[in-house]
Design a protein around this ligand. Structure first.
Ligand code: F6P
Length: 366
C-alpha cells in the first residue's frame, strides 16, 4: 500500500443502500483500471468480503475482469452486493450471553489490504459509507470515494448518481396519482424517500405538478396545507396532490418513525388522516419506498456513474488518495474526503427550485 511503487492492484466495494448506477461505476472503474494494466478485485457486501473471506458460501473477494463487468451499465443494484449493517468500526456481534454488542474490526481491514497487496480502494457509498472510508483512510488505507445516494444529500458534489433516476420514478408516480385524485376528487398523499433532506420530494413534486410539497427543511402546519386544499376546491380544482419526504415534520414537532431503531415512516398516513379531519375530504396515502432505488438507471445517471468510475481511476493514477470524485459544474473534480463527509447538503430557503415552486403556487405548508 505504499505510494512509492507503481499501482498493481486495486479493489472496489459498494456500501449502504443500493442506488441506480452502482454497476456503471464498477464497470467504468474496472475497465479503466484494466486499461492501465492493473488487477481489479471486487469486495462483496461492503467490507464483509474482506473480513470474512467467504460471504454466503462464496469468496468474499472476486476478480473483476472485463468479462465480469460486461453488460452491467444498465442494471440496478450492485453485482458486489451491499449492506447497511457493515460498519467495520462498530460491527454488530452476538455476545456469549446472547445480547448484541459491537466490535471494531477496522484494523483487520487495513491488515488484509496490506497482506493482499491492494494499492487502493474505490469505495462507492453515501454519507455513512464515505465516513467509514474516510476513517479507514486516516488509518492508512488509500481510498478514493465515489458519491452515491438517491437522496442527493452529499456535500461537495453538485449531484450524486442515482438521484436523477429516483426523481424520474417519483415524478412518474405523482403523474399517475393525478388520474385517481381528479376522478374521485380526493386528496392523495405520497411519501417519498429523504430522511434528512427533501431533494427527491422537491424535484419530483415540482416536475410532477404537486400542489403541496413537504420537506424536512421546512416544517409544516397542517392547517396551512388544509387551507391550500380548500382554496383549490373553491377554485374548482377539487383534488390535491401532497408530496411528502419521509423525514418531514410539523412545526415544533418530530418526524414520524416506523420503528424504535430510527427508521422513518408513517408521515403520509398521518398527514392523510389529519387532512381528512381538517377538510372533510376523502384522502388516500401511499408510500413509494424502495421503488425509487430499484431498476435501471436513466441515461444521465449512467453517464454520471461511468464518469465517476473513470475519474476514480485517474485519481489513483495521480496519487490523489483520500479524496472523493465530485461533479462541480461540468467538471469532475477530486475533493478531500473530509470535506465531503460530516455534514449533509440541505435545501436552503433561497434554493431556486423552492423559489420557483412558490411562484407556481405550490405550498410548502409554511
Ligand atoms: O439513503 C437512502 C435511503 O433511500 C433513505 O432515503 C431511506 O430512508 C433509506 O435509504 C432506507 O433504507 P433501507 O430501508 O434500505 O434501510
Amino acid at each position: 500500500m505504499s505510494s512509492d511503487r507503481p499501482i498493481r492492484r486495486i479493489a472496489i466495494n459498494t456500501g449502504g443502500g443500493d442506488a441506480p448506477g452502482l454497476n456503471a461505476v464498477i464497470r467504468a472503474a474496472t475497465l479503466a483500471a484494466l486499461h492501465n494494466g492493473w488487477e481489479v478485485l471486487g469486495i462483496r457486501r461492503g467490507y464483509m468480503g474482506i473480513l470474512e473471506r467467504e460471504v454466503d458460501g462464496e469468496p468474499g473477494v472476486i476478480p473483476l475482469t472485463a468479462h465480469a463487468v460486461r453488460g452491467i451499465t444498465h442494471l440496478g443494484g450492485t453485482i458486489l452486493g451491499t449492506t447497511t449493517r457493515g460498519n467495520p468500526f462498530g460491527l454488530e456481534v452476538r455476545q456469549p450471553d446472547g445480547t448484541w454488542g459491537t466490535m471494531d474490526r477496522s484494523g483487520e481491514i487495513v491488515g488484509r489490504f496490506r497482506e493482499m497487496e491492494i494499492d487502493a480502494l474505490v469505495a462507492i457509498g453515501g454519507d455513512g459509507s464515505l465516513n467509514i472510508a474516510h476513517a479507514l483512510h486516516e488509518k492508512g488505507l488509500p481510498v478514493i470515494g465515489v458519491p452515491k445516494t438517491i437522496d442527493n444529500d452529499l456535500r461537495a458534489t453538485d449531484v450524486t448518481f442515482g438521484f436523477a433516476t429516483a426523481v424520474e420514478v417519483a415524478t412518474d408516480a405523482i403523474g399517475r396519482l393525478h388520474s385517481t385524485a381528479e376522478a374521485h376528487q380526493r386528496v392523495m398523499v405520497v411519501q417519498l424517500m429523504g430522511r434528512h433532506t427533501g431533494w427527491i420530494a422537491l424535484e419530483s413534486g415540482v416536475a410532477g405538478g404537486a400542489d403541496v410539497i413537504l420537506v424536512p427543511e421546512v416544517p409544516y402546519s397542517i392547517e396551512l396545507i388544509a387551507e391550500k386544499v380548500r382554496e383549490r376546491d373553491a377554485s374548482g380544482r377539487r383534488f390535491s396532490i401532497v408530496v411528502v419526504a419521509e423525514g418531514a415534520r410539523p412545526r415544533g414537532g418530530e418526524p414520524s418513525y416506523a420503528d424504535p431503531t430510527g427508521r422513518y415512516g408513517g408521515i403520509a398516513d398521518r398527514i392523510a388522516a389529519e387532512l381528512a379531519e381538517a377538510t372533510g375530504k376523502e384522502t388516500r396515502s401511499m408510500v413509494l419506498g424502495h421503488m425509487q432505488r430499484g431498476g435501471s438507471p436513466i441515461a444521465s445517471d449512467r453517464n454520471l456513474a461511468l464518469r465517476f468510475g473513470a475519474a476514480a481511476v485517474r485519481c489513483i493514477q495521480e496519487g490523489a488518495l483520500g479524496t472523493m470524485v465530485a461533479l462541480q459544474g461540468q467538471s469532475i473534480r477530486a475533493v478531500p474526503l473530509k470535506e465531503a463527509v460530516g455534514d449533509i447538503k440541505r435545501i436552503e430557503p433561497d434554493n431556486d427550485m423552492i423559489i420557483t415552486a412558490r411562484q407556481l403556487g405550490i405550498s410548502f405548508g409554511d
